[in-house]
Design a protein around this ligand. Sequence first.
Ligand code: ADP
Ligand code: MG
Ligand code: MG
Length: 934
Amino acid sequence: MRYNEVSRHTGYLPGVFCAQGKEYSFIAQKKLWQRATSAGSCAAVLERTAAKIQNRRNYIMAKWVYLFSEGNANMRELLGGKGANLAEMTGLGLPVPQGFTITTEACTQYYEDGQTINDEIQAQINEYIGKMEEITGKKFGDSENPLLVSVRSGARASMPGMMDTILNLGLNETVVNVLAEKSGNPRWAWDCYRRFIQMFSDVVMEVGKKYFEELIDKMKLDRGVTQDVELSADDLKELANQFKAEYKGKIGKDFPDDPKEQLMEAIKAVFRSWDNPRANVYRRDNDIPYSWGTAVNVQSMAFGNMGDDCGTGVAFTRDPATGENGLFGEFLTNAQGEDVVAGVRTPMHISEMADKFPEAFQQFKEVCSILEKHYRDMQDMEFTVEHGKLYMLQTRNGKRTAQAALKIACDLVDEGMRTEEEAVAMIDPRNLDTLLHPQFDRASLVRATPAARALAASPGAACGQIVFSAEDAKSWHAKGKKVVLVRLETSPEDIEGMKAAQGILTVRGGMTSHAAVVARGMGTCCVSGCSEIAMDEENKKFTLAGKEYHEGDWLSIDGSTGNIYDGVIPTVDATIAGEFGRIMGWADKYRKLQVRTNADTPSDAKKARELGAEGIGLCRTEHMFFEGDRIDAFREMICADTTEEREAALEKLLPVQQSDFEKLYEAMEGNPVTIRFLDPPLHEFVPQTDEDIQKLADSQGKTVEQIHQIIDSLHEFNPMMGHRGVRLAVTYPEIAKMQTKAVIRAAINVKKAHPDWNICPEIMIPLIGDDKELKFAKKTVVETADAEIAAAGSDLKYLVGTMIEIPRAALTADAIAKDADFFCFGTNDLTQMTFGFSRDDAGKFLEAYYERKIFENDPFTKLDQNGVGKLMEMAINLGKPVNPNLHIGICGEHGGDPSSVEFCHKIGLDYVSCSPFRVPIARLAAAQAAIANK
Ligand code: ADP
Ligand code: MG
Ligand code: MG
């Protein structure tokens, strides 16, 4: 237990104690403190009563409110980022208008109590209003020196613009007249009042900004002026009255006059804004848990709107777009709050402050330097100048582009402010994505308005002419045209068309739909799940946002934001700056996890090598069967009536598959290559069009009717859980035999050509649920491989391992490990089998799950550590003791997700495998995991 000095003023003892592993802040009455000390040990007594604490809040209360002078930067969990930094700046002696912070725990409590602020919290707030009045020498509603405050949200992680702020709270008809009179500046007083009514109404009562903006516009029109600052005191007074009337009209009640009532309402509104739709979406996109809650900061106002010797601004210590070292920001005179960013007037460059406010500017530059050195990172600050005097209102580590992040991290190392490890930890791995794909020209992008927004499924920018089928994409591409492929959804046979397209837009499907997964793998921009599109694939047209689009029309899509634009927005190729290599070099130095790639083609493999992949963790062999006329041979195999016929068809595939594998080994230059045997159900390969069916019938000497019968016979009620994976190798061992031959022959050839490379193929059997399945498939593999190796007189070594992607495999991993050289978690299947819903259908209900707070994330994107993760840990703990040489990896989509990579590091995997463009992300995330868990 820790406790602070007994507060002389209040007779309360603030402190912190631990009970049942949780820290409680408390304030104990002096009486209790004295009783405790006289009983011998205060700690013992308080700890003994810890269990009863919850019911005895009248003796020991949680501390819900902190003065800025009571906190510091390390308390961001409790005080939120803004509150913790206001406290830290106060501690540093910087000019911060004083106030207090209501904790994030109070927010959580507010929701627990059914969206009300309970009496205990209200009492503490009222107590702290008193303290604030003492500190500032001003009083709420006072007729001499009235206190005006801002009420500001502030979560643990910064969520800019997501929640709400109210300024100038504490004003009413009486107070505004006092201010007008005492200051001799009625224009200012009425400007504050009209702003307050506007913000309070908008935020607290959800009235909607637009009514007020309309009234302002009308007033300006009436007065023949264009700018807010040109309105007179009387105009603003009239506006305030109009606003109040508007409020009463909409709400049916008078605008509240009592400052304390205003404050409670405003605090509630900020708590409520934690749950507003845009905040919920932002949190999901940025991995911020709902349970964190937001703090509320109540701060006395500094006024930038008192005249031309006042103003307000925002600034960064370095350029957030490029990382260039130097003050970057904007300033607006006679303004308040969001005026700078809202674009009501054009602000001036921060450097122009030097002339207008020489003293305040000098001081501000010093503050910048103090803050940057203190936080050892680029700072994003908000400040106000009141009659030439500087006030700091906020500082935080500034958001920055990926490019700027890399430059700043390297510069901070060079400037001696950060170590290499710290620099690595500073980069958000998810940001790197944007560096690896073409981007829209920034200037053109700001001028464009999106026609719609859907899921940002695969990053990058694409601009091209609309086509509606994979075949058209291919043929248009062959003619040198740039196309965007728009489809209801994509399927494996669309792959070539997808490759030919600049970008892919689908009407259906989520972040792990076929289109999304494949596009990410190829590094092609993809926007998925745009349900606003009314699609007519047959007639090659669709409607979106009231416009009909036809084949050949231009469309631009942004896979990094999910935005869809009508027409042309030019793109520029991404450049990889020198700092990128430096940071990745450091990351490689510190990470423990190996990073492999999921690659099915030599070109993917080559790309992945360039991006630093140390091997292939998953080669999906079935993807190789779609190219060119290979699919014909594969279809022959499916339609075969006898084993002999099947073998004959497979014989045709053997050389092409072998040559593919040779190219993969070549591309990987002796690094490990894991090849997964045929996995999907066979129906995915059958012909769809009449033309193709006819062609197959002709080549097989069968009737169209017979082919239809075969296709029908392959129909499955639940293909995801049907005849696929190892089950294919059990029913058709000849398929596994052919694939083994191709793998081994290719390896022997490449080994001959490169004797110095360590070629050791890793054959991976998918979808094992029982050790006997693996035994059976492995027998086929080993017999075939050993015969091939003996015949070639080679000493090639190879491994046979298995995917762990069915819960039963994890549960019986000890038995399976006896026959497996390696495990690889196929977390896409493992997730859907564990949850019992398929990733292709989850899109239909996940939105409702987010809304109802059942899920915070898509478990197919972010690994479900509590469930799926537990199965993974179980498989490791069962497998390793049986087979100490077992090496273990992951090759689901999660292999490229930073928080999932950290989990993989913690549970002791040897490698993660992800799509080529995610390799740098995984490398960085692996390094961060190693550094954080040192
Ligand atoms: P956000 O988190 O959206 O940036 P803030 O809580 O920072 O919202 O408030 C927005 C703006 O309101 C600030 O940048 C600042 O200009 C103004 N503001 C907030 N509190 C005060 C205050 N006490 N005095 C003067 N201006 C304030
Ligand atoms: Mg702010
Ligand atoms: Mg699988």
